[in-house]
Design a protein around this ligand. Sequence first.
Ligand code: NAD
Length: 270
Amino acid sequence: MAAANASPLKEICLSTIALTGSASGIGAATAQRLAAAGHRLIGIDLRNADVAVDLSTSEGRSQAVSAILERCGGALDALVLCAGLGAHVEPASTVAAVNYFGAVALLDGLLPALQKGQSPCAVVVSSVASTQLPWEKNPIGAALEAGDEARVAAVLAGAGPRAGHLAYAGSKNALTVAVRRRAADWGRAGVRLNTVAPGAVETPLLHGGLADPRYGQAIKDFVAPIARRARPDEVAAMIAYLIGPDAGFIHGAQFFVDGGVDAMMRPTQF
Ligand SMILES: NC(=O)c1ccc[n+]([C@@H]2O[C@H](COP(=O)([O-])OP(=O)(O)OC[C@H]3O[C@@H](n4cnc5c(N)ncnc54)[C@H](O)[C@@H]3O)[C@@H](O)[C@H]2O)c1
């Protein structure tokens, strides 16, 4: 219990949180929400961020880990991984590089710092697309899991017009699997780890897909049971909840923020 005359500021428990994709969309909305709650943010993005790096390259990922460690002094309370590219971006190998390797490298590189944090956790933004291509049928899953970027690029280069979809759904499927595979070790290490799987969210990434003649019509035609798209802040709210003290026993789980799409598409699988 705080003394009656203590400053209210002293009672706020400030966390240091690193967040990728901080410059736009879901990441920007999450950064804004967490900063408004008093947390200290380290934003990572290609530009307009505390740490400007390219997560599509292994050098960029190493630079990101080093810069975050330097800024947090080796102890990180939370890590939020939002950076990602849509299926319309070319080459498709870049989509897999950012969406999968750009997340997993930071998870693994920052686990020791998270272990030194207060009530530490990580939240990874996957997608409802992670369930569209099951692990057993994911043509890039094994290569992603093995860290074989050249093999991922080769498979996608031979996939013709399906490459963008395979890169996006395949990387998000493997990303959710990567989180679930880490649940046992991370739980023992005392660091919670979960994914959020959005459906369609009004962001520049979605609008890039809508403007692409290969994907635009299919995105427009696909209507969720809750017949609208999410606002970025509706996903940010779930991320903030998962970071917070009420989520202390939530670990290794995937939370859909998709207006009911997953329940509609896979009612018997959960
Ligand atoms: N918008 C949707 O409909 C939707 C649906 C499901 C999942 N998601 C996922 O949500 C996450 C956030 O996407 P968003 O919709 O907010 O998109 P967005 O384009 O608004 O934001 C993505 C951010 O990632 C950054 N980024 C991209 N490539 C990068 C790189 N090489 N290095 C560093 N940063 C890079 C971008 O600069 C951008 O700021 C992504 O992982 C995306 O796959 C989005």
